[in-house]
Design a protein around this ligand. Structure first.
Ligand SMILES: [Zn+2]
Ligand SMILES: [Zn+2]
Length: 361
């Protein structure tokens, strides 16, 4: 099959022939139909996060089941699925406590062992699978607990977005922060994840949904997604502007950039008792600083991993929200591209002008 391979870090992706195995007892072979380009892929390509090479990147996808292993009962060939990097074992203490996205056995039970044939290979040499998925490829071979079965009426290119960005953004609002109706919110960064958080805040019934970015076109998109106010941080001090709009600070802020400054701003724009939720991937080795005295006012800073999801519950709900018109996904796809155009897709992302590029297979 054709796949986009990362051979060195930092580096570009190269379209190559990669061999894919056949399903083990609990594995599923999927024909990839759509894969979104997520900022996290770029973080790994740029070396802000470590990963062994060669690797097939991609982790936001939807497709159709081609074949299943001998023990798989949940899906069968022909089923439509969304993949999720939050593969869960179902029996560790995090899973049984309801925190599936924090599963402790991700790296052991849900991948193939060292003495087993690799899922992906090239001329007999193993190719690393990325985040249990490797979606930038014509096919995926994944653990059955890294996917959710979905309704066949759902368009697969929109479904793919739910595989990472949408679930991360909505989940941060619904599950991590648990925003209540009437509360005030601010979202820093209006890429795919930030726009999903904006939509989450609207759907949760927040009274103020303040979107912050430095690109005017993204702020316009945020308004279309439900932002009640926008702040262009290239012109204004975002913290001061949020405090002014809310009479002292927000109940909930969300950081969807992944940087020290914006994480600190998210904390600084809180009202007393407020909570800042950092969704973005802050580069390894970066520290975030805050004034200790602020803790006296019960302000909280927390992280959110993939929207604290329970994806087999959450993703079908998000599809219903899309089908009923409350969740906007069509507007989030700014470009549909071919696998061969993947590097240009990432260049577009770096320029900051697109919300989401999606590869159609
Ligand atoms: Zn992602
Ligand atoms: Zn687990």
């Amino acid at each position: 099959m054709k796949a986009a391979v990362l051979n060195s870090i930092p580096g570009h992706l190269e379209i190559e022939e990669v061999e894919i195995g056949s399903p083990g007892p609990r594995e599923v072979l999927i024909s990839t139909k759509a894969a979104g380009l997520c900022h996290s892929d770029l973080h790994f390509m740029e070396g802000k996060y470590p990963h062994p090479c060669p690797a097939v990147l991609g982790h936001e996808s939807a497709g159709v089941v081609e074949a299943v292993g001998s023990m798989v009962q949940y899906v069968q060939p022909g089923d439509h699925v969304i993949t999720c990097l939050s593969a869960f074992c179902g029996h560790c203490s995090q899973c049984t406590d309801g925190h599936l996205s924090l599963c402790e056995n991700k790296g052991t039970e849900l991948v193939r062992g060292k003495d087993e044939a690799p899922r992906l290979s090239r001329s007999g040499e193993p190719v690393n699978q990325f985040l249990h998925l490797s979606s930038f490829a014509e096919q995926m071979l994944i653990h059955e607990q890294a996917l959710v079965k979905i309704d066949k009426d759902m368009p697969l290119d929109k479904a793919a977005l739910i595989g990472c960005g949408v679930t991360t953004g909505l989940g941060a609002v619904f599950r991590t922060a648990q925003v209540s109706p009437g509360q005030t919110t601010a979202i820093i960064g209006c890429g795919g994840i930030g726009l999903s958080a904006v939509q989450g805040a609207r759907i949760a019934g927040a009274n103020k949904v303040i979107a912050i970015d430095m690109v005017e076109s993204k702020l316009e998109l945020a308004q279309a997604m439900g932002a009640t106010h926008v702040i262009n941080a290239s012109e204004t001090d975002a913290v001061e502007a949020v405090k002014e709009l809310t009479g002292g600070g927000v109940h909930h802020s969300f950081e969807a950039v992944g940087a020290k400054t914006t994480a600190e701003q998210a904390f600084q724009m809180l009202r007393n008792g407020g909570q800042a939720t950092v969704i973005g991937m802050i580069p390894v080795g970066t520290t975030v600083e805050l004034h200790g005295v602020e803790l006296l006012y019960e302000k909280k800073l927390t992280g959110s991993n993939m929207g604290s999801n329970q994806f087999r519950t959450d993703m079908p709900r998000f599809i219903d929200m899309y089908m009923s018109g409350r969740l906007k996904l069509d507007e989030m796809v700014s470009k549909t591209i071919a696998l061969e155009d993947i590097n240009e897709g990432f260049e577009d992302m770096k320029s900051g002008n697109v919300a989401r590029s999606v590869i159609a297979f």
